[in-house]
Design a protein around this ligand. Structure first.
Ligand code: PGA
Length: 245
């Protein structure tokens, strides 16, 4: 089971980042069943790397080229060389605020896989798409980037995160029954190999976390609740008690 903490653009200095990281680490015993991955902002990765005993580190994005004249970008090779194993790609906040398109995400995914990172590809429908019964259609469009034959040789490292856009940071999580329906849709998608882990994200907390695992998801992508050490630890402790389906 994967538990990914997406810290987004928080906290605002390294001391706070290390404090949060240490508190989480103190509260969690390494477990065979649960892999904890912390995705802090790029600039705190080095500072946390030294302390990452038992935890894996991930980034929240990367560029599609390995190096070159791309001002402001961070390449997947840099992340890999830093000891990062995971990278979140296609998060809806990047799609919305930075204008990331499926084409851009496809290029990032290809390079991230090539350099040996494990990409956590975020997909999910908007509220409008859900209200118009277009969930399937929306996800199909986002998943079409997996059609690229060049991805096939490294695709075993992919993780898919179902994150309904309307459930992110809203305290309105997707009903686990509805999420389970989407999980079936994703598992049946022609471009998603059956062995790819699918995790859920969107307003996960210690009350609802286990419901998504019971529904068949192989992990969670946690934003807000991962910034609160007590809540994050509580989520992991709840998951330790359940046996996944
Ligand atoms: P949230 O964010 O848990 O705050 O809803 C999840 C995410 O954006 O990955």
């Amino acid at each position: 089971m994967l538990v990914v903490g997406n810290w987004k653009c928080n906290p605002d200095n390294l001391t706070k980042a290390q404090e949060l990281f240490n508190l989480i680490q103190k509260g969690i015993k390494p477990s065979e069943n649960i892999e904890v991955i912390i995705c802090p902002p790029f600039v705190w990765l080095i500072g946390l790397k030294m302390e990452a005993k038992g935890f894996k580190l991930g980034a929240q994005d990367c560029f599609w080229a390995t190096k070159g004249a791309f001002t402001g970008e961070i390449s997947p090779t840099m992340l890999k060389n830093l000891g990062c194993q995971y990278v979140i790609l296609g998060h809806s906040e990047r799609r919305i605020y930075l204008g990331e398109t499926n084409e851009m995400i496809a290029k990032k995914l290809k390079t991230a896989l090539e350099v040996g990172l494990k990409p956590i590809l975020c997909i999910g429908e908007t509220l409008k798409e859900r209200q118009q019964n277009k969930v399937n259609e929306a996800l199909k469009k986002q998943l079409a980037i997996l059609k690229n034959q060049n991805l096939r040789s490294n695709i075993q490292n992919l993780i898919l995160a179902y994150e309904p856009v309307w459930a992110i940071g809203t305290a309105k999580p997707c009903d686990p029954k509805d999420a389970k329906e989407v999980l079936q849709i994703l598992k049946c998608n022609e471009f998603v190999p059956s062995y790819i882990p699918v995790i859920y994200g969107g307003s996960v907390n210690s009350q609802n976390a286990k419901e998504y695992i019971k529904a068949g998801f192989q992990g969670l992508l946690i934003g807000g609740s991962s910034l609160n050490s007590k809540e994050f630890i509580k989520i992991i402790k709840t998951l330790e008690k359940i046996t996944p389906n």
